[in-house]
Design a protein around this ligand. Structure first.
Ligand SMILES: *[C@@H]1O[C@H](CO)[C@@H](O)[C@H](O)[C@H]1NC(C)=O
Ligand SMILES: *[C@@H]1O[C@H](CO)[C@@H](O)[C@H](O)[C@H]1NC(C)=O
Ligand SMILES: *[C@@H]1O[C@H](CO)[C@@H](O)[C@H](O)[C@H]1NC(C)=O
Ligand SMILES: *[C@@H]1O[C@H](CO)[C@@H](O)[C@H](O)[C@H]1NC(C)=O
Length: 417
């Protein structure tokens, strides 16, 4: 198993975009799912797409401890540009909503120890009908770099299959030529159905740092489930595509918005960690319930996402509306998550052994529950586990190998206490 993983990683290293960025999945905050194209600042002065919103979120990322657990990017999405390019043909931010300009916003975000992301589109217009970068990749990449932008999400509205083959690589090349390290997020595969033969993940890996494979997430549990199912059903294509420097992106975290319950928030967050997904929250950080914040700041779950191997988790079991995934971690550890889409109102048992998840390498593993923060005990790989999963919930643990000596020490220790 170890040998296989190492080989897969080497293959990925050889192919991924060589800009040294996002060796673990990027984390941060992104405006789209929660704030959309709200440009009505008269009615929504705090929430319209403008510098106030992004400064407010940057402040929150710092004051509420998000930056300290890894959330680093503050990302603008659609609807930020002015309707016209300037006299030099450059993009500019809408001057009533970004009166200080994007450069000043980048400076502000950097002063907080955070990074700024921006958005454009490889067609003539963005999805929201704003000016886009198709055909202007060079000047726009230079503008983003001059502003001090750290990440670009490149969308695909108003493009076609032929133009995307030209414009996605072109923007990547122009970003590289600026000399500024800029994380490149491509929506390309989402516009091609996300699967081969239309999507060439080898090629994508050479061009982009992350890519949206599938449709936009909405504020909906059904959407979260649909995305998790698609990731499980297509894992043989998706797992080899992901690794340090290049990530599959199932879209934003929606915990703290209008829809998900606390258990559903845990489920999305835990599963996104298992899938080595970029962790971009799209919510109002000033309105989060404390228990939602606790979930999204869970350092043990974040550590699963940020593990240095960067291996995407694999689904091994799908039965009784429960799915069990396992993700290899550094130092011979594994993360395991069982999530439920059941609605029968009570925790449901699912029985499996570590062997069923192809976890091997040691005879015994010690299990630690990542959401309950408690030790579950020590199990041989053949032993049956009895894991209970709440309806629309998740059980997630880390399995750490125990060497024979450690087992002895532990048993002595258990005897003493
Ligand atoms: C800036 O955005 C406002 C809406 O907030 C809009 O009315 C105005 O026309 C935009 N200005 C430009 C120059 O695009
Ligand atoms: C695709 O888009 C390009 C660039 O906008 C355009 O020149 C071309 O005619 C389009 N091709 C098709 C088949 O629509
Ligand atoms: C540009 O690409 C080269 C070759 O892949 C790489 O070594 C370099 O780090 C890249 N530079 C930036 C700024 O992305
Ligand atoms: C995918 O892209 C790679 C790199 O550009 C290329 O070598 C390979 O032939 C492509 N695969 C297919 C099936 O087109």
């Amino acid at each position: 198993m170890r040998v296989t993983i190492v080989v897969l990683l080497l293959v990925h290293y050889a192919l991924s975009l060589n800009n040294g960025l996002v060796r673990t999945p990027p984390m941060g905050w992104l405006a789209w799912e929660r704030y959309r194209c709200n440009t009505n600042c008269a009615q929504f002065p705090d929430d319209c797409i403008g510098e106030k919103l992004f400064m407010r979120m940057a402040d929150r990322l710092v004051s509420d401890g998000w930056r300290d657990v890894g959330y680093e990017y503050v990302n603008i999405d659609d609807c930020w540009p002015s309707r016209e390019r300037d006299a030099n043909g450059r993009l500019v931010g809408n001057s009533t909503r970004f009166p200080s300009g994007i450069k000043a916003l980048a400076d502000y975000v950097h002063s907080k120890g955070l990074k700024l992301g921006i958005y454009s589109d490889c067609g003539k217009l963005t999805c929201g009908g704003y000016i886009a970068s198709g055909g202007n990749e060079k000047i726009d990449a230079e503008t983003f770099a001059a502003w001090g932008v750290d990440m670009l999400k490149y969308d695909g509205c108003y493009s076609n299959e032929t133009s995307r083959k030209v414009n996605y690589p072109l923007m990547g090349a122009e970003l590289n030529k600026t000399g500024r390290p800029i994380v490149y997020s491509c929506s390309w595969p989402a516009y091609e159905g996300g699967l081969p033969p239309k999507v060439n993940y080898t090629e994508l890996n050479a061009i982009c740092n992350l890519w949206r494979n599938y449709g936009d997430i909405q504020d909906s549990w059904d959407d979260v489930v649909d995305i998790m199912n698609w990731w499980g059903d297509n894992q043989d294509v998706l797992i080899p595509a992901a690794g340090p420097g290049g990530w599959n992106d199932p879209d934003m975290l929606i915990g703290g918005d209008y829809t998900l319950s606390l258990d559903q928030t845990k489920t999305q967050f835990g599963m996104w960690a298992m899938l080595a997904a970029p962790l971009f929250m799209s919510n109002d950080l000033s309105k989060l319930e404390p228990d939602i914040k606790t979930v999204l700041q869970n350092r043990d779950v974040i550590a699963v996402n940020q593990d240095v191997l960067g291996v995407q988790g694999r689904r091994f079991i799908k039965q009784d509306s429960i799915q069990v995934f396992s993700k290899p971690l550094d130092k011979g550890e594994f993360a395991v998550a069982a999530f439920s889409t059941r609605t029968d109102g009570t925790p449901h048992a699912i029985k499996f052994s570590l062997n069923d998840l192809k976890i091997s390498g040691a005879k015994f593993y010690s299990l630690f529950d990542l959401f309950e923060s408690k030790h579950l005990g020590k199990y041989s790989t053949a032993e049956e586990l009895d894991i209970y999963v709440d309806p629309n919930g998740i059980s997630m643990f880390r399995a750490s190998p125990i060497s024979v000596e450690n087992i002895f020490v532990e048993e002595v220790f258990e005897t003493i206490i």
